[in-house]
Design a protein around this ligand. Structure first.
Ligand SMILES: NC(=O)c1ccc[n+]([C@@H]2O[C@H](COP(=O)([O-])OP(=O)(O)OC[C@H]3O[C@@H](n4cnc5c(N)ncnc54)[C@H](OP(=O)(O)O)[C@@H]3O)[C@@H](O)[C@H]2O)c1
Length: 326
């Protein structure tokens, strides 16, 4: 039996609850393939799960996203060969490992132009941007969008892709040193969230125009003020909680702000069906091929030092995406 290294979560808490285990990995069962992972994606949701904000049954693995190549195939798996390059982002937690058995219908084949590293930094975050700008709101040329954390992983991708569609994006960051990364991603202006009057700064930057859509994954620190930035009948998308859980919003407040729409979507239901998942991934890969989607790699960490990635992310040290290498 193959021995593997895998990150185990036995308790919720600070990054040092993460431990590396060496354990036997049984051969893939029917419908599964074994992936020899070459690049693992870090996502902010890994922090929520480590802390127990999103509760996992313990003990548990961690991590949603990785790329690598097929190393063994279980019975009944058709149309996939040993050695093929693949990636996944919605096969349940457990991506922080050097080998992993994954249901074959959760895998996408990687086109030649998408490296393993690019896949592990772009798939989860890119599929998030994909549904945010295709389904949550079908972004149109001329739309004005406010994108929070525009220098972050999802933020950079969302900004680049929306800009390629023809939307105008004003971004926010939590520190002026991330401003250049947000501008490079396509923001026409970048607002510093340390300014308590940041909605006024947004309106000054937009010439008084409010946003058709506000994409807010910061949550607690920003959501209420985000409502002030949306145009009448506009949409506020609360899709994360980097600063903590967003406060409850009285529907009457949406009325007073101009008949606003408020939604709290997730990437998983948008990709639950394997055929839809593959179609969405094809849309993402096409956007990558056209140069509409990319993300900076803000930091690289070894699997054995994965807790350092968690510390860096919580300290908001880097922009872009963090990559873990097995
Ligand atoms: N609903 C979904 O389908 C879905 C899917 C994927 C990701 N998400 C959410 O999207 C957001 C971005 O995910 P990501 O993986 O790309 O992460 P990320 O944007 O690279 O990192 C999170 C960012 O949040 C900002 N932030 C604001 N307050 C913070 C705080 N108190 N502590 C730490 N960071 C804070 C930081 O940017 P600044 O320093 O510039 O403020 C930080 O860079 C996360 O909230 C995540 O949960 C949602």
């Amino acid at each position: 039996m193959l021995m593997r290294r895998v990150v185990r979560l036995t308790d919720f808490g600070s990054p040092d609850v993460l431990t590396i285990a060496r354990e036997e990995l049984p051969p893939p069962i029917a419908g599964e393939v074994r992936v020899r992972q070459t690049a693992i994606g870090f996502n902010f949701i890994d922090i929520y799960q480590r802390k127990g904000i999103y509760q996992l049954p313990l003990p548990s693995g961690l991590g949603f996203e990785a790329a690598g190549f097929v190393d063994a195939i279980g019975s009944g798996v058709m149309n996939i060969q040993i050695g093929e390059r693949v990636a996944y982002m919605n096969a349940g937690v457990g991506a922080y490992a050097d080998f992993r058995n994954v249901p074959a219908d959760k895998l996408v084949r990687l086109p030649d132009m998408v490296s393993d590293e690019a896949a592990a930094t772009l798939l989860f975050k890119g599929m998030t941007a994909q549904y945010l700008l295709r389904k949550t709101h079908a972004v149109q040329p001329g739309d004005l969008l406010l994108v929070h954390s525009a220098a972050g992983g999802v933020g950079q991708i969302l900004t680049r892709w929306a800009t390629a569609i023809g939307a105008t994006v004003i971004g926010t960051t939590g520190s002026p040193r991330k401003r250049d990364a947000a501008l490079a991603a396509g923001c026409v202006d970048v607002i510093d969230l340390n300014d308590p009057e940041w909605p006024d700064a947004f309106l000054a930057a937009s010439g008084g125009r409010k946003a058709r859509v506000v994409y807010d994954a910061v949550g607690k620190d920003t959501l209420i003020k985000s409502l002030d930035c949306a145009a009448p009948f506009g949409l506020v998308v609360c899709y994360g909680a980097s600063s903590g859980k967003a406060p409850a919003v009285d529907p009457e407040r949406l009325n007073k702000k101009g008949c606003l729409f408020l939604t709290r979507p997730s990437v998983f239901p948008h990709n639950a069906d394997p055929a839809t998942f593959r179609a969405n991934a094809a849309d993402l890969f096409e956007a990558i091929a056209k140069g509409h989607v990319s993300v900076d790699i803000g930091g690289r960490f070894k699997l054995d030092n994965v807790l350092e990635a968690h510390v860096a992310a919580e300290e908001r040290r880097f922009g872009g995406a963090l990559l873990i290498s097995p």
